[in-house]
Design a protein around this ligand. Structure first.
Ligand code: NOJ
Length: 566
């Protein structure tokens, strides 16, 4: 008998590592840890690697397959660690390399894989290469590793082209020459403290090959590639001819994003990953953070000789609406099938408003939570791999009222004074530290009961802590635990490349079936604001809100998803 989940006798049962013959990442639930905000072992108010290590048993119990850690490298933290000054060193605020080795070893001991965040588009302005390039002035060979250009205008006082930074303002900053005169400009698609590498430079390509190997040798199971779509720029750095380029990000082809030349880099990296083994149970993988105009263009990053997964931002950006969700699921699966890559599904991460708040209407927290739970159950039922961002399993909302003085997102600082400094596009509100236990902040995030966390946690979070929710069958945490366990246990859940839509459902209800040789599954999600009566497509497995099935029928409440064994 063939099954979608062939048993691997060597795999740790509780995590399912290695249970799929054709690749562990094809159905993995990958949990994003934001190290600053997960757990603080040394009590300085900032999370650290020892904190993460101490909470690995929690992640095993949650049932996830892998942990993706946002950057922990040496960094001045101008963009919360996405400004790396040394790719082979752990920032002292997070610990040291010995901590990283212990973390990887413990994770592996628990059957959890560890994915590092690689930041190859840019580094920190404190990186030794960039500092030397500045020191040596125009003509320095180090300048060819970045994009230095003379300015336009009579005295070079205008930026070299019209590119805008993702964080607002021009994507260029002018430098001063060693003799104090105004000098060349350098490119930074993000903050000025994040100079873009020039990927035409052989030294840059060699350095990243070496960095990949450094972490693979340390035991890392894969990489999340930051700004994977940005490394190659159009030759000659042509003007875009438009302003408001932010609006076009991910919607249009821009001369600095999603250029075809970028794929050569990933073919090269794939060869390196494959050097570490091609056994599907232990393979090292890479996942692209690639903002592209269409899922078809995202699939280009996943051709068989490139990367293994890419975030599905089209799905993340879809409203809670049956028709729109169906369209994006179809488009995703259709795009992934030809390249043979698993679809991925994601609702929240450290850059976007938490899905409870984003999908809700903000009028009633209970109502928003109800919709968030329904959205999660839908996501976890879809074929492929799913990403969970720390705290969503607790039903954490976005924190919308952080005082300006505590905010650290460079997007906020850049927007200040421009009139655009509202909450939109600001990212501190989803980065507030996790509540673990107790009744007062920092809720077990750090060891000192009265110690502050780097961002203040709301008073209401006492009732959302891990401790408060554990064992409460109605809690969001227990819903996640049950869903991930059911997903692992049911033969028709997890990996796959298709769904069979159920068409005879009322407007606003999304329903699909998935079949395996030894069992079928159905999912029904009511995205409408009214309860609707439907026929039960099978035996109730799990529901995001209470439902009662009577004589083969049920009243499916608004904002509710139900899983069925068929
Ligand atoms: C994407 C990361 O997720 C985000 O946090 C960061 O600011 C940018 N890339 C720049 O590295």
């Amino acid at each position: 008998m063939t099954s979608q989940h062939p048993a691997d006798p060597t795999a740790p049962a509780a995590t399912g590592a290695g249970r799929r013959a054709d690749g562990w990442w094809r159905d993995a639930v990958i949990y994003q840890v934001y190290p600053r905000s997960f757990a603080d072992a040394d009590g300085d108010g900032m999370g650290d690697l020892e904190g993460v290590r101490g909470r690995l048993p929690y992640l095993r119990e949650l049932g996830v397959d892998a942990v993706w850690l946002s950057p922990y490298y040496a960094s001045p933290q101008a963009d919360a660690g996405y400004d790396v000054s040394d790719y082979r060193v752990i920032d002292p605020m997070f610990g040291d390399l010995a901590d990283a080795e212990r973390l990887i070893a413990d994770a592996h001991g628990l059957g959890l894989r560890v994915i590092a965040d690689l930041v190859p588009n840019h580094c920190s302005d404190q990186h030794t290469w960039f500092r030397q390039a500045l020191r040596e002035g125009p003509g320095s060979p180090l300048r060819s590793r970045f994009h230095f250009r003379p300015g336009q205008g009579a005295d070079g006082e205008l930026p070299p082209n019209d590119w805008e930074s993702v964080f607002g303002g021009p994507a260029w900053t002018r430098t001063g020459n060693p003799d104090g005169t105004p000098g060349e400009w350098y490119l930074h698609l993000f903050a000025p403290e994040q100079p873009d590498f020039n990927w035409d430079s052989r030294a840059v390509a060699d350095e990243f090959r070496s960095v990949l190997r450094f972490w693979l040798d340390l035991g890392i199971d894969g990489f999340r590639i930051d700004v994977a779509h940005g490394l190659v720029k159009a030759p000659g750095l042509p003007d875009t001819g438009t302003h408001d380029q932010l609006r076009l990000l991910g919607n249009d082809v821009l001369p600095f994003f999603d250029q075809d030349g970028v794929h050569e880099i990933y073919r090269d990296w794939r060869r390196i990953l494959d050097e570490y083994g091609t056994d599907p149970a232990t393979r090292r993988i890479a996942v692209a953070e690639a903002w592209t105009p269409t899922v078809q263009r995202t699939a280009n990053y996943l051709r068989p000789d490139e990367l293994h997964q890419a975030f599905n931002f089209q799905y993340l950006g879809t409203a809670w609406d049956a028709g729109k969700l169906r369209a994006v699921v179809d488009a995703t699966l259709d795009a992934m099938r030809p390249v043979g890559a698993p679809a991925t599904w994601v609702l929240s991460n450290h850059d976007v408003v938490r899905h409870l708040t984003r999908l809700g209407d903000g009028a009633d927290r209970e109502q928003d939570l109800r919709r968030a739970r329904a959205a999660t159950l839908l996501m976890l039922a879809l074929p492929g791999s799913a990403y969970v961002y720390q705290g969503e399993e607790l039903g954490l909302p976005e924190v919308l009222d952080l005082p300006d003085r505590v905010r650290q997102d460079p997007a906020f600082t850049r927007a200040k004074g421009t009139g655009a400094e509202g909450q939109e596009g600001m990212r501190d509100g989803c980065r507030v530290p996790m509540p673990w236990s107790g009744t007062e902040a920092p809720y077990g995030f750090g060891p000192v009961a009265e110690g502050p966390s780097w961002l203040p946690q709301p008073a209401e979070w006492a009732k959302l802590s891990v401790e408060a929710q554990t064992g409460d069958r109605d809690s969001t945490l227990e819903l996640y635990r049950s869903a991930i366990a059911a997903r692992r246990a049911h033969p028709a859940l997890g990996a796959g490349d298709a769904v069979e839509w159920l068409d005879d459902l009322p407007t606003g209800v999304l329903g699909f079936r998935r079949s395996a040789a030894d069992g079928a599954f159905a999912c029904t999600a009511n995205t409408a604001d009214q309860a609707v009566r439907i026929a039960a497509p099978g035996r109730l497995l799990l529901a995001s809100a209470p439902v009662t099935v009577l004589d083969g029928e049920l009243l499916l409440p608004a904002d509710t998803t139900v899983w069925w064994a068929v």
